[in-house]
Design a protein around this ligand. Structure first.
Ligand SMILES: Nc1ncnc2c1ncn2[C@@H]1O[C@H](COP(=O)(O)OP(=O)(O)OP(=O)(O)O)[C@@H](O)[C@H]1O
Ligand SMILES: [Mg+2]
Length: 361
């Protein structure tokens, strides 16, 4: 997938940002508060439908703007020319795909595959399960055509069961929602397990290339209910305790996957840089699975990739990215010695200052 043109206006401090991107490396350089992360956020929004730093899209609207707009012209995984437009005024989306209005955000962003690596990405390895579930589910959103509809069915049934639990609903009433949760949740479990299996080999390869000192790692998967039971049985058996708590404690909404480290090493033993690198590798593996399944690399949008990384490790990540031939957008505050070689290989450098963008090369 390649982005040719990115236009962003009214998103945080960005004003009429207009970038013609190169198919290879693109560097966005600017001081603190210039608007670099906001550009990565705009790309992320086009591929994920949400920001990585604000819960609501309205928070992204510039304080002096009536709304924000993002327009992207790109080639999708099949090499077709596509256009995506996201507009937001308080409380309302206005969405266009290839010039036509679209009502569902998920339909609009479907063809746009961007793997974003941002400074908080460390949370993927060290943070709560929610981020890791979202990571798997985003991959499935792209590679399993039925995933989104099934995941919606599951969420609806879960919400209804939780409401029933709090309202003191009896067994027969809960059963209808439990059956729906079991049917859709069972499918989600199968897809997630497959996704973790597919991530294994590229994750190990990425870690060997980027962080070989860590040793042999693997991925483990937990589906969110006891191994010896079906989901329906687990829900029925858990009713008493779920009623007390007022929510469902079993199901794929409690599923997780983890990086299993070698020997006695625990997650919390990893240094900041190692945690970041492990998380970067998970994103590289995610992209590799997309490439396998869709036939094209996604766009990589990396915000402040260099923070917490020494020159050797940063160089390995950049070499990995370059070897893919994928399109890469990288932000950095200044071009220090670690970036010398990459500046020469970057076909395009943009300067970002006070919400405005100007090409340097
Ligand atoms: N809703 C908003 N409206 C207007 N400006 C905003 C809004 N939200 C954030 N900003 C401002 O936008 C600017 C750009 O922020 P951004 O995070 O993109 O900068 P950055 O270039 O990534 O900086 P850093 O190098 O510090 O990470 C900041 O000055 C911030 O205060
Ligand atoms: Mg930033």
């Amino acid at each position: 997938m390649k982005v040719e043109l990115l236009r962003v206006d009214g998103l945080r401090s960005l004003v009429a940002a207009d970038l013609t991107l190169d198919a290879g490396f693109n560097l966005l350089v600017g001081g603190n508060g210039a608007g670099k992360t906001s550009l990565v956020e705009a790309l992320h929004l086009c591929g994920h439908g949400r920001s990585f730093r604000s819960a609501t899209p309205d928070a992204l609207i510039g304080h002096d703007a009536p709304g924000f707009s993002i327009f992207v012209r790109f080639q999708d995984a099949q090499g077709r020319a596509r256009q995506l437009g996201l507009g937001r005024t308080p409380g309302t989306w206005s969405l266009r795909l290839d010039g036509d209005p679209v009502s569902l955000l998920s339909d609009c962003i479907q063809p746009f595959a961007v793997v974003s690596i941002e400074p908080e990405a460390c949370g993927l390895v060290s943070g709560p399960g929610e981020g890791r579930r979202r990571f798997l589910d985003w991959l499935l959103f792209h590679v399993e055509p039925d995933f989104t509809a099934v995941a919606r069915r599951y969420q609806r049934a879960l919400k209804q069961r939780n409401a029933g639990l709090r309202a003191g609903a009896g067994g027969p009433e809960l059963l209808a929602w439990e059956q729906e949760m079991a049917a859709s949740g069972g499918a989600i479990d199968v897809w997630r397990r497959q996704a973790v299996d597919q991530l294994q080999a590229p994750m190990v390869e990425a870690l060997e290339a980027v962080l070989p000192s860590l040793g042999d790692c693997s991925l483990t998967y937990r589906r969110g209910w006891p191994a010896e039971m079906g989901l329906l049985e687990a829900l029925e058996e858990g009713r008493g305790s779920d009623r007390e708590r007022g929510f469902s404690q079993r199901g794929p909404h409690r599923g997780d996957w983890r990086l299993r480290l070698p020997g006695a090493l625990e997650q919390q033993d990893l240094s900041r840089g190692q945690t970041k690198l492990a998380s970067v590798c998970a994103h590289l593996a995610q992209a590799a699975v997309l490439r396998q399944r869709l036939g094209a690399w996604p766009l990589f949008a990396c915000d402040d990739l260099g923070s917490e990384l020494d020159p050797v490790h940063l160089g390995r990540v950049l070499a990995w990215l370059q070897a893919t031939g994928a399109q890469v957008v990288l932000t950095l505050t200044h071009l220090d010695a670690r970036w010398d070689a990459w500046r020469q290989q970057s076909s395009r450098v943009f300067h970002v200052e006070q919400g405005r963008v100007r090409p340097l090369l």
